[in-house]
Design a protein around this ligand. Structure first.
Ligand code: ZN
Length: 672
């Protein structure tokens, strides 16, 4: 593992913001490496002073606050805690979790600071100014493999203290205190907590960070050596020859996702990874055993549950088996004080095909996916080292159902919002690159939906790069093969389809009936009518498996109030409207709602440049402003107004309406 320390940068930071600045800097370096820190795993601290109004200088532990991630932590993420208070707590024989959390807040030197990490007492006990703690893949993988503790002891010698697993929190702090009693801390570089992680420490930020990198690098080297010398049977790891069952059918995936949503009691996102890593895992002979064999570290269980599901063929029986196993696991370990969490698996293997991850939101799915990808790699290395030996389920249960871990999960979601209306729902929007389609993508995503954004214009789709909930797919919807590929991609990425927004359209240049060219007529019918029909036809089986499914067709004011010179457009959009009515009739019995919008005079779309707008206004002898607001409400209609109407039909607010045609036009005297 490479050190990311930049001495020049560090010197600048030190000059500007001293040790706290360096603490932030090296914490972010640790957080930047997913092989060290994944989603809230790990914590860091440093010991300094604060100025107290009444007491002057107070010895202070600045330790990671809960809710902060090392990757993005800032100075405000290190609440200042009275060091002496922490050390006195460490002398107690026992301390309940509730009392510990109360004491951690009582010891704060800033009442507005976040609650210190549950490991604060342990950080206080280590008599070095800087303390770094990560859940390093390499060290934990060694620790979780057959003979791991002995290998670690041989590898690290006297420089590192190796402690058996205990629950994090006060008990762990006491364990470290006992084990290190009489130890010469000057000679110690780190502490390995088996099945959990690694602590390093020093009196300066760099040495503590470099010690982490050094020990992890040693562990990585050892894994390479052990793996090379292992005489493991090749049949276990090698992909089963000639077996590639191919991609499961879209509807099979959507059915599985629907069952998972039913198990959770809310819409769920499901991702099916089919890349070579996922396939290699799914084709292992022992994939079904490995997937249930326990996590890298027990704190992952709050995101992933302690074991995965096994899916075979195209049925969802793997889900039922998981639910049963999870219920048994709960019954075996729960006390009276526990309430069972939901029974939906968070990951699984689709044997011989790929790896599945599930979660109720895009943010949570990304967390599960990261953790599972690291876990599956580690398991396979563990097998090469002689066998993956994760913690027993009783210990995993204690962490999964530990109130302090659950509190982490129930803290404000990463998005900062409460559960959003379309969380876990999957939408597909055509013509997503601009105008109404673009506004719709953002509206649905802001309500929590995962959105597949289709557009013919690859350049326009670049604006979605880096957007966590919007999955851009280049697609010419008049091309059947491209639509099929886009649907496959959407379903593999999110698990199905709940909301179809058919928005892509084309407004041909104005031609009177006498002028209409066949090519233009056909192009309008193809894009405005035939392609939406084909897409609706292809989506119907997926929508049937959707959660409260809805279709929204974007037609036009030209349907109820046609204008001269727009025959090709008006006739196609009228056809689309009629298609929507038939679809409402045919799909109603399947619970699929189909509604149609008739927007008018939406000028903030790609079709309308300032020049065209000025020309059109002049043609009516109006100012641009007057032209734009030429409706009963004398108001401008924007893409976001139309997107709001899409959102209403897509969600459940208008759950009892289907076959509706809704104008979004500021009021039109020919329509009213
Ligand atoms: Zn930890």
């Amino acid at each position: 593992m490479e050190s990311l320390w930049d001495e020049k940068r560090a010197a600048e930071i030190a000059a500007q913001s001293g040790d706290l600045g360096l603490r932030v800097y090296s914490s972010q370096l640790l957080g930047a490496n997913p092989d060290l820190v994944l989603h809230g795993g790990g914590n860091t601290s440093f010991k300094g002073h604060s100025d107290s109004l009444l007491e002057g200088k107070v010895e202070t532990l600045f330790v990671k606050g809960s809710g902060w991630d090392l990757k993005t932590i800032e100075a405000a993420g290190f609440p200042p805690v009275r060091l002496e208070h922490m050390l006195k707590l460490a002398e107690l024989d026992s301390l309940s979790d509730t009392e510990m959390m109360r004491q951690l807040r009582l010891a704060l030197l800033d009442p507005k600071a976040p609650t210190p990490s549950v490991e604060a007492i342990l950080h206080a006990l280590i008599p070095h100014r800087f303390v770094d703690h990560t859940h390093t893949d390499a060290v934990v993988t060694l620790s979780n493999s057959e003979g791991g503790p002995q290998r670690l002891a041989e590898l690290f010698g006297d420089e590192v203290l190796i402690l058996p697993y205990v629950m994090p929190g006060f008990v762990l702090a006491k364990q470290v205190a006992e084990a290190s009693r009489g130890a010469d801390w000057r000679k110690l570089k780190g502490i390995v907590l088996l099945h959990h992680g690694l602590f390093t420490f020093a009196d300066d930020a760099r040495s503590s960070y470099e010690a982490m990198i050094e020990l992890v690098t040693k562990a990585e080297g050892a894994i390479m050596r052990f793996a090379q010398s292992s005489d493991q049977e090749p049949t276990k790891t090698a992909a089963r020859e000639g077996i590639d069952r191919g991609t499961p059918a879209r509807v099979a995936i959507a059915k599985l996702r629907k069952r998972a949503s039913h198990t959770l009691g809310a819409p769920v996102l499901l991702r099916l990874a089919l890349d070579s890593r996922a396939r290699t895992f799914a084709q292992r002979e022992d994939a079904a055993q490995l997937i249930v064999s326990g996590p890298l570290t027990p704190d992952h269980t709050i995101h992933t549950k302690p074991f995965g599901a096994v899916f075979r063929d195209d049925d969802a029986s793997g889900l039922d088996e998981f639910v049963e196993c999870y219920q048994e696991y709960f019954a075996a370990h729960a006390g009276e004080e526990h309430t069972r969490l939901d029974c939906m698996p968070r990951f699984g293997v689709w044997l011989e095909r790929g790896v599945i991850t599930l979660a109720p939101s895009v943010t949570k799915l990304a967390i599960v996916e990261d953790i599972v990808s690291h876990t599956l790699d580690a398991m396979q290395v563990g097998e090469q080292l002689g066998g993956w030996r994760a913690l027993p389920r009783a210990e995993l249960f204690d962490v999964e159902y530990w109130e302090l871990e659950q509190a982490k999960l129930n803290a404000a979601p990463a998005s900062g919002d409460p559960k959003r209306e379309l969380e876990g729902k999957i939408a597909l929007v055509t013509g997503a690159g601009s105008g109404i389609g673009l506004a719709t993508c953002h509206r649905l995503a802001s309500a929590g939906a995962a959105v597949a954004a289709l557009d013919i214009d690859a350049k326009a789709l670049e604006q979605f790069t880096g957007h966590s909930s919007i999955f851009a797919l280049r697609c010419d919807i008049t091309d059947v093969a491209q639509c099929e590929a886009a649907l496959d991609a959407c379903v593999q990425r999110f698990g199905g389809l709940d909301i179809l927004v058919s928005n892509a359209g084309l407004f041909p240049t104005s031609q009177t009936l006498e002028q209409v060219e066949d090519a233009q007529w056909n192009a309008s019918l193809e894009l405005n009518l035939t392609a939406p029909m084909r897409l609706l036809r292809a989506c119907a089986p997926l929508l049937e498996q959707g959660c409260d499914p809805a279709v929204v067709l974007v037609a036009s004011k030209n349907v109820p109030a046609p204008g001269p010179g727009a025959a090709a457009y008006s006739a196609a959009k009228a056809g689309l409207t009629q298609l929507g009515r038939v679809a409402a009739l045919e799909f109603g019995g399947k619970g699929i709602r189909v509604n149609t919008l008739h927007p008018d005079a939406v000028y903030d779309t790609a079709l309308w440049s300032e020049d065209i707008l000025a020309q059109r206004a002049a043609a009516y002898g109006l100012s641009v402003e007057a032209y734009k607001t030429k409706n009963l409400l004398a108001t401008e209609v924007s893409s976001t107004d139309v997107a709001e109407a899409v959102f209403l039909f897509a969600g459940t607010r208008l759950a009892k309406s289907t076959g509706v045609q809704l104008p979004v036009d500021g009021g039109n005297e020919r329509v009213v």
